[in-house]
Design a protein around this ligand. Structure first.
Ligand code: FAD
Length: 447
């Protein structure tokens, strides 16, 4: 009888602890269920990615279901003698695991999930959890290094199992907005491995100097592959060890450290995607302004770097990290729109949408998170553009209405008066900054 593997955000065959253990024992059934009740449904861009990724997965037939409640049923239907899975770092999804476990009529085995260091294992000398990233990462690096990744099973005997057709999950959008995404990405394990190899072969060496430049192709773009577990952080970690350990490699691994830190935070704070970690932010005087939110979402704020980022996101499902910080600061601080609204938009439009990294990053920009940037650090969208996109090529690429402008004015097109087709700034940044600081002061004075 086969062992049923309950796949989740671990859509790969290599370094998959549950699959490796089961395949060593005999035939397996690979099962995936779309929703985990109580967990957050996938956003639109993620659904597109997920469809591609499931279609690719090792070229094997999957047993598909609509919700995790079908796992016990699928186990029965294919005569499985056990169910194995890798544990999620998200406490909400862990409660889903508990429910599945309770409903199973066959034994289960749960394996370590997709972090370099198990949540809870990185602790201060007094045994506490870290609230500051640098201390967290220093302590993590002092632990024994993550175990070497497991190879993909040498022989995989996949047993047949009834289930839905992939198309029946209805993941592909009706409108063909995904075409521009399809040309930007190659979802699946093979695409992830190729991308990692190409990155470690060259760009990683300049990563520490170039990673803040959205106009350069300087980062790995592994985030959606990591989000769907098409590659594991252990695989990345160990592949990076084979490269001479220079500042580029160290900085790159440190960014993986932020991913870890977010997961450890979420494990400790299950409401991280909704509730500010710093309680005083619950009383912040946010504005309810659906029209302004829409302008931001559509990349029509009148600030070129913000609009370029929002349009890159819309077209490709991804945005450069520096620009994510700039657009998030603009929404929260210039527009005083709650960070949760931005988090939700990112959740729907990012192909790398991830409840830990997304929530922790939004809270970081808002100043309400652990080790967050202080609220009074308000990005100036003009100087950010001039500094990180100095010749304007990122803006020209994503905002075609501005493509003809000279570098001198590309980040402040209003200097030319009205540019046809492009909106004037929706708000004066200097005035918005003063307003945000006043709101923040009031907050600190609040009881
Ligand atoms: P690289 O620079 O090549 O970094 C390698 C890997 O390290 C990334 O793939 C990612 O897994 C991890 N990483 C890098 N930076 C961070 C970070 N600041 N926090 C956590 N992990 C990081 N990342 C997501 O994966 N999912 C999200 O939903 C997400 N939402 C974000 C929202 C905001 C407002 C901000 C400011 C950042 C967000 N990030 C998120 C973090 C970061 O922007 C992306 O991980 C990064 O841009 C992905 O590109 P890359 O793979 O080329 O990164």
């Amino acid at each position: 009888a086969p062992i049923l593997i309950w796949l989740r955000r671990d859509l790969r065959l290599a370094d998959h602890p549950a699959l490796a253990a089961a395949a060593a024992e005999g035939p397996v059934v690979l099962a995936f269920c779309l929703d985990e009740q109580g967990g957050r449904p996938f956003g639109g861009a993620s659904r597109w990615w997920l469809h591609q990724s499931l279609a690719q997965l090792g070229g094997v037939t999957l047993a598909l279901g609509r919700s995790e409640q079908e796992i016990p049923r699928l186990a029965l239907a294919c005569g499985a003698r056990a169910v194995y899975w890798n544990q999620s770092a998200d406490p909400v999804l862990r409660t889903v695991e508990d429910r599945v476990q309770a409903a199973l009529t066959v034994p289960c085995r749960i394996f370590p999930g997709d972090t370099l260091f198990a949540p809870g294992s990185v602790r201060s000398k007094s045994g506490g959890q870290f609230q500051v990233f640098t201390a967290f990462w220093r302590a993590a690096l002092a632990l024994p290094p993550p175990a070497r990744p497991l190879p993909a099973p040498a022989a995989l005997h996949v047993a047949p199992c009834p289930g839905l057709e992939l198309n029946a999950l209805g993941l592909m959008p009706k409108l063909e907005w995904w075409r521009s995404m399809a040309s930007a990405w190659r979802p699946g394990e093979a695409g992830a491995t190729t991308l990692l190899g190409a990155f470690l072969d060259g760009p990683v060496q300049a990563y520490h100097r170039q990673r803040d430049r959205p106009d350069h192709d300087a980062t790995s773009r592994l985030s959606p592959h990591l989000a769907f577990g098409e590659i594991s952080p252990r695989q990345i970690w160990h592949a990076a060890q084979a490269v001479p350990p220079d500042d580029g490699v160290r900085t790159f691994l440190k960014e993986l450290g932020w991913r870890e830190f977010s997961r450890h935070l979420l494990a400790n704070h299950p409401t991280l995607p909704q509730v500010p970690l710093r309680r005083e932010f619950a009383a912040f005087p946010w504005r309810d302004d659906p029209a302004a939110l829409r302008q931001w979402q559509m990349g029509r704020t009148g600030y070129p770097i913000v609009d370029a980022g929002m349009r890159q996101l819309w077209a490709t499902g991804w945005m450069h990290n520096r620009v994510r910080m700039v657009v998030a600061s603009f929404l929260i601080k210039d527009l005083l729109i709650p960070w949760q609204a931005g988090e939700e938009w990112f959740w729907d439009t990012l192909v790398d949408a991830d409840s830990a990294s997304n929530a922790a990053s939004w809270q970081w920009v808002a100043g309400s998170g652990a080790d967050a940037a202080p609220f009074f650090r308000i990005f100036n969208p003009v100087t950010q553009g001039e500094k990180f996109d100095p010749d304007g090529s990122y803006v020209r690429n994503w905002v075609p209405e501005l493509a003809h402008l000279s570098t001198a004015v590309i980040h402040q097109p209003w200097k030319l008066g009205r540019v046809p087709g492009y909106p004037p700034p929706m708000i004066d940044h200097a005035a918005a900054r003063t307003r945000a600081l006043a709101a923040f002061k009031g907050l600190r004075g609040a009881p």
